[in-house]
Design a protein around this ligand. Structure first.
Ligand SMILES: *[C@@H]1O[C@H](CO)[C@@H](O)[C@H](O)[C@H]1NC(C)=O
Ligand SMILES: *[C@@H]1O[C@H](CO)[C@@H](O)[C@H](O)[C@H]1NC(C)=O
Ligand SMILES: *[C@@H]1O[C@H](CO)[C@@H](O)[C@H](O)[C@H]1NC(C)=O
Ligand SMILES: *[C@@H]1O[C@H](CO)[C@@H](O)[C@H](O)[C@H]1NC(C)=O
Ligand SMILES: *[C@@H]1O[C@H](CO)[C@@H](O)[C@H](O)[C@H]1NC(C)=O
Ligand SMILES: *[C@@H]1O[C@H](CO)[C@@H](O)[C@H](O)[C@H]1NC(C)=O
Length: 370
């Protein structure tokens, strides 16, 4: 976990997380030079390093300001950016009406130097809009809290996503933002940048809460997979993985859950997310060297009032390389399933046994009359 490597000031935010494997090294480079974004790079070898040309990075033409040494060691790269927050007027009208969006590229981001915790491996990117005519952010804050992991396991607080040392967590926290309507629905726009030939796919699954509780919840993953002919299987190169729930409390309990739904993943060739680090890395070759796709994630839906009431929203997602961690069915779930399936079976067996015995008895009671 390194903050602004090679720079002696905390006026901008670049956070480098490095996970070293035996044969490869995984790099996560978070930044708020524009819309908050993370660059994911997998490199060959266990000693690759990130290089930054700060002067060029902060200039209007940042192209080439970031690279990895040794040259040619990059195996795979991708990026995820959080570009906008939308607010929709809730209510019963068929036509959804949107307020002017909050463009996260226009936010000013506080230095993460003071929120950086090298022990817990967390840091927080906190921002406020450059202009806020409606004063919605007067008491509000928007933050992305990043967590890196040293090993596998599960968080102690909800949503208790299963993680590995290879993955990182990002938590989107909106606190105190004054909604502009009575039952506003909030949306977060997420953009993913991929190399050409890699496509994004939204996949849903289910997972259990933890090994001690049998509840099952829906999970969603945005998977980056090599484009393959229909029917062929291709495994994911990277993922963004989340539980279909957000929470309306800083110390969430199950009843604080808010629904969260993805809305239409689409190719978004318009432009690279406005972030200098991404521009520096990917250059201007949109459509030729990389593609962008994006989706909105909506929070609250019919329960828009819950945000209204609590003014707090947190949503967590796990980012990583390869397949998202899958949990194995826990022993408790297995035993409950076995019990649920087994009980009727046992009753059935017992029933037929009794019936048989009764029949036997029946036949033996009546001796044939000669
Ligand atoms: C960083 O700043 C401190 C104090 O301003 C100074 O002592 C130190 O030499 C600087 N380091 C570099 C690498 O510029
Ligand atoms: C911000 O908080 C103050 C004091 O609690 C309150 O008077 C004010 O109305 C709040 N502003 C908004 C936009 O919610
Ligand atoms: C971490 O990543 C490496 C290389 O990408 C892979 O070999 C390893 O299995 C991963 N570990 C886990 C726990 O996912
Ligand atoms: C919000 O609710 C108040 C009172 O319930 C109502 O007067 C007002 O018109 C509503 N505003 C909107 C934008 O629906
Ligand atoms: C987006 O890019 C793909 C591949 O480069 C292209 O086929 C498609 O027409 C583009 N879509 C738009 C809306 O430009
Ligand atoms: C997200 O929703 C807003 C409002 O409807 C829309 O303008 C924007 O294009 C959507 N983004 C994506 C990626 O669908």
């Amino acid at each position: 976990l390194r903050y602004n490597p090679g720079r002696n000031s905390s006026d901008v935010n670049v956070l480098h997380v490095r996970a070293q494997g035996r044969a490869d090294t995984l790099h996560y480079v978070w930044s708020s030079l524009g819309a908050p974004a993370v660059l994911l790079v997998a490199t060959r070898g266990s000693c690759s390093s990130l290089r930054l040309d700060w002067n060029r990075l902060l200039s209007p033409t940042p192209g080439g300001a970031i690279w990895f040494d040794p040259p040619g060691s990059v195996l795979y790269s991708a990026a995820v950016a959080f570009t906008k927050v939308y607010e929709a007027q809730g209510g019963s009208s068929l036509q959804e009406l949107f307020y002017p969006p909050y463009d996260l590229a226009q936010f000013s981001w506080a230095s993460i130097a003071h929120s950086l915790d090298p022990v817990a491996l967390t840091a927080e990117l906190k921002g406020t809009p450059g202009t806020d005519p409606a004063g919605s952010f007067a008491n509000g804050s928007l933050a992305f809290r990043v967590t890196a992991y040293e090993g596998g396991g599960r968080d102690r607080s909800l949503p208790r996503l299963l993680h590995s040392a290879n993955s990182s967590k990002v938590e989107f926290i909106l606190a105190g933002l004054a909604p502009r309507g009575n039952s506003s629905e909030l949306l977060l726009e997420v953009a993913a940048v991929e190399e050409v030939g890699v496509e994004q796919r939204l996949s849903s699954g289910s997972s259990s809460d933890d090994e001690y509780s049998p509840s099952v919840f829906q999970t969603l993953s945005l998977l980056a997979q090599p484009r393959a002919p229909a029917g062929a299987h291709s495994s994911a190169l990277s993922f963004l993985h989340w539980r279909a729930a957000a929470y309306s409390s800083p110390s969430p309990r199950r009843q604080d859950g808010l629904e969260c739904h993805p809305r239409g993943l689409q190719a978004a060739n318009w432009t690279l997310p406005a972030n200098s680090l991404l521009r520096a890395y990917f250059g201007e070759g949109i459509g030729t060297t990389y593609t962008v796709s994006a989706l909105n994630i909506s929070f609250g839906g019919q329960q828009g009032e819950l945000y209204q009431e609590r003014r707090y929203l947190s949503w967590s997602a796990l980012l990583g390389f390869g397949q998202p961690p899958k949990d194995l069915p826990s022993p408790l779930v297995i035993s409950i399933t076995a019990l649920a399936l087994g009980t009727p079976l046992l009753l059935l067996l017992l029933g037929s046994c009794l019936l048989l015995c009764a029949r036997r008895k029946g036949t033996s009671d009546y001796q044939p009359i000669n």
